[in-house]
Design a protein around this ligand. Structure first.
Ligand code: GTP
Length: 298
């Protein structure tokens, strides 16, 4: 017999509001990549948070938005699907209500699941009046279960957020083993960390045109390392040039930063080789999307 409580909690919101930062802060470990660029997260990621008496399974979703290409549509589908299959939804915002937020709230219309309004980045809002202004812009347009102001970056009021969620969990066995923190494979986390470094070091259209896949992983017993070969896919020759940089300086920097963080997070010593390949219009090709790991969750 178990006296555990457990449940699924979806984190949804416009791109760049801090969903992945919130997930990592709750889990206490980096399981989702984060960046100042919108649309960083492309797949659904589970974060498992187990305490003595309960287990919360957070579902980090890609930022919901109206996109034109097939990748964007696939991403949006992943996010929309995830709100229907959980016990609670956290709708994360960081500003007053705009068109992007209204687009998301349209998906709540027929939802029978409680939705909390989570105001993130309160460290940037000007005191209580700044927070109130944001809250007021949302009230009246949806019957939220409650409002929770937080700062994911500073980890402010995250304990309050967690306490608020406990009553929504249901009695029953744990969904995942206690030690498990995420459902992402190490291989997926590696490719995501490489993509995160690319997001930090490129601008404009390049971040959105990039996919990363791990081509091979091989243990090297002599050196006690793991040899990792990763393929970076872009859409055009100009993007490849930008990524490689003058005399290869940019790709080298990306590789060094990714290697260091992978070593630290996975507690292994890897030797990383990056290859850049052009695949025209991959974001609109269903087979390419599948091959690069997008849309598997819907
Ligand atoms: N000031 C401040 N910045 C924050 C906070 N939380 C997140 N950020 C920043 O907001 C940016 C976006 O954060 P992410 O966690 O990648 O946002 P996201 O909502 O997951 O973004 P997508 O994956 O694009 O949907 C990053 O630069 C974060 O450092 C916060 O509480 N305060």
């Amino acid at each position: 017999m178990s006296n555990h409580k457990s449940g699924f909690i979806a984190i949804v919101g416009r791109p760049n509001v801090g969903k992945s930062t919130l997930l990592n802060a709750i889990i206490g470990e980096k399981i989702a990549i984060m960046s100042p660029k919108p649309q960083t997260t492309r797949n659904r990621i589970l974060g498992v948070h187990t305490k003595e008496n309960y287990q919360m399974v957070f579902v980090d979703t890609p930022g919901m938005h109206k996109g034109k290409d097939l990748l964007n549509k696939t991403i949006d589908k992943v996010a929309v699907a995830s709100i229907h299959d959980v016990d609670v939804v956290l709708f994360v915002v960081d500003t007053i209500k705009g068109a992007a937020e209204e687009h998301i709230m349209n998906h709540f219309k027929y939802l029978k699941i409680p939705v909390f309004l989570v105001i993130n980045k309160i460290d940037e809002l000007k005191g209580k009046s700044g927070i109130d202004e944001v809250i007021l812009s949302y009230l009246g347009s949806y019957d939220f279960e409650g409002v929770i102001p937080i700062s994911a970056k500073d980890k402010t009021f995250l304990d309050r957020l967690e306490e608020t969620l406990v009553p929504y969990l249901e009695e029953g066995p744990l969904f995942f083993p206690k030690e498990m923190k995420s459902d992402q494979s190490e291989q997926k986390l590696m490719s995501e960390l490489i993509r995160e470094k690319i997001l930090y070091h490129t601008e404009q259209e390049v971040p959105h045109a990039v996919a990363v896949v791990i081509e091979s992983l091989a243990e090297n017993p002599e050196l006690n390392t793991v040899d990792v070969s990763a393929l970076i896919i872009v859409e055009r020759a100009t993007q490849k040039q930008i990524l490689i940089g003058k005399a290869g300086d940019k790709i080298k920097k990306i590789g060094t930063e990714a290697r260091k963080e992978i070593n630290q997070l996975l507690n292994t010593k890897i030797h990383l080789t990056l290859w850049v390949k052009i695949k025209k219009d991959w974001r609109n090709r269903p087979n390419d999307l599948k091959a690069f790991g997008y849309g598997e969750d819907v």
